[in-house]
Design a protein around this ligand. Sequence first.
Ligand code: LMR
Length: 333
Amino acid sequence: MKILTALTAACATLALAATTALAQQPIVIKFSHVVAVNTPKGKGAEQFKKLAEERTGGKVKVEVYPNSSLFKDGEEMEALQLGSVQMLAPSVSKFGPLGAREFEVFDVPYVFDNYDELHKVTEGAVGKALFKKLESKGITGLAYWDNGFKDMSANKPLRKPEDMKGLKMRIQSSKVLGDEMKALGALPQVMAFSEVYQAMQTGVVDGSENPPSNFYTQKMHEVQKYLTLTDHGVIEYAVIVNKKFWDGLPADIRTALEGAMKDATKFANDIAKKENDDALAGVKASGKTEVIALSAAEKNAWKKALLPVHKENESRVGKETLADVYKATGFTP
Ligand code: LMR
């Protein structure tokens, strides 16, 4: 009898120890993304990690996986929905395949002239309405992070829209971007970001569209002779989490993480423009890529060539959504 009592007590002690140990295990947030660390998003993710771990007193551990090291384009979203990863910050141009094609409103060419106009959309009613569309897919939108304005690159000088004719151009998985390239007479090729450098090196694609930060940190200046400052669109990110995971967090932890995300968002958006300016300076300094700045008249020729993409995609992105973006940015088609 004494032995049984001792055994029961020992089991109880063990069980208690196990429960305590488990309770002391940090909550792990795997944060996967596809760009380099020295980018607005890369640095934003590290800042979130720092603040989240500090403000939860280590009760949360954020594991950041940059450069497609955990999941690459085309895998990330499903992994998030399955809960294999808790947090992502994909480009808003990658939500079409998820069925949230309204996000492609960000891809209509030349609708944003500057970051202020972009923020009127991301921090306004449109940004919120777009996040609502993710809830039915088991995803919660937390914030929008900036990168920068896209430029066209290739191994031939691109000064006029007609110079794009027949070029194989890599794009993100967005129909609006496909139409953008077709409007320029180019051949769009959807491809994961992690495959672009090699595709340029081997000639699978002739060029692509990127903000300087992505162009430089992915070393595309080594395989692209020309970069034209078209500023025809933006790379913007939606920071998203698995809804079940987020809703299941203890309330105090979620509040601390929301605060950390708010401050990391300010941090990431405050550095975005400088990161791109510095990257462009790096491209120029490398002497490997000739940077072509367009005159106002030349840029107008690109705008004129790309304007039809708006009407073509009005029903895809939603007539109302597009009208709201025009209103917020003051864009007149
Ligand atoms: C791209 O695929 O070109 C970008 O979305 C990559 C990124 O996350 O900036």
